[in-house]
Design a protein. Sequence first.
Length: 410
Amino acid sequence: MGFFDKIKKAFMNEKEAQPAEIETDQTLEEPVERDEVSEEKQEPMEQVQEEFPEESTQAPTEEPETEPEIAPLTTATPVVQTEELVEPEVIEEQEEIIVQEKYEKGLEKTRKTFGARLNELFANFRSVDEDFFEELEETLIGADVGFDTAIKITESLRQEVKLRNVKKPAAVQNTIIEKMVDLYEAEGIEENNALNIQVNGLTVMLFVGVNGVGKTTSIGKLAHEFKQDGKKVLLAAADTFRAGAIDQLVVWGERAGVEVVRGNAGGDPAAVVFDAVERAKTENADILLVDTAGRLQNKVNLMNELEKIKRVIQRELPDAPHEVLLVVDATTGQNAMSQAKQFKETTDVTGLVLTKLDGTAKGGIVLAIRNELHLPVKLVGLGEGINDLEPFDANDFAIGLFKGLLKVED
């Protein structure tokens, strides 16, 4: 089943659930009438009990023989057993529902903004003509899906409208969403969104990105996730130039319950990384997360520093770093794209961490990243809490963004 089929299924299930809720509201009123009838029917029962008062008075005489009724204790034990036997599949399903709800809530601003743009588009046009397609192109570019992506979607829609003779606004809007989803799915067929965790030995992850995008925060949240999974985690404070960067990582280390390898402010970042790798090997750590400087205005110096850090790591671990994660701020839209392009040109970026996705109306940037950069999004920030950094799930993203935009067709 393709992404669009899954989105339609989720959309239809949601629509079918709404009438059911109305029916249940009506059925809730029915027991009131039944209670009135049952109260009338209970009167003869009370009379029957009054006619045989001796049975109720004789019962206490037989109670001493059957009094050791410690049965409640025996009946309580099976309840404890059933609580202990919670199936792992059930827990996993509940966690998946929670994550899906996070995606839907996190993408709410993007969904509403893009929906408003489409509503405005259809309000201005009564027919699907060439002017409509040109305006659609502008609408998609304004939604930060990227120039190339907007052109592809518009051209695909133009052909589809002719083939299927789509005219009604609801059908046209659903076709636009279908084309966006199809392109999004096609560009990610061979995409690997999973983190490259080493089964045996140390996993080293290098975090890069400009200042202010949420790099240090993302490291702290990810460290917390790994610690919760029972892994031994170390952090390396290699951003030695930015004022307060080391202290900020130390605070996050305390929150996550992991140790931070640090040096002096203004010191050599590569030396800090060397110490961190040596300590991680000595202590048999599972994960080492390295924070780095982010001064894009000094691009040459920054890239040279990153290359030096990588050489230091590879002297100790030839196959490391196992991930070079570029952290970008989703709220910056096309600026995030330009940052990603520059880092990709000069650094071997293996994936993206997209922060603050819940605080922006520019979630369409994921489509542009897939279509134009071909870099996998590996982690997304869906909230400010320590548990709100989630592994990127293409299916959850597609449903969270597009489901609310589908229309009921006549």
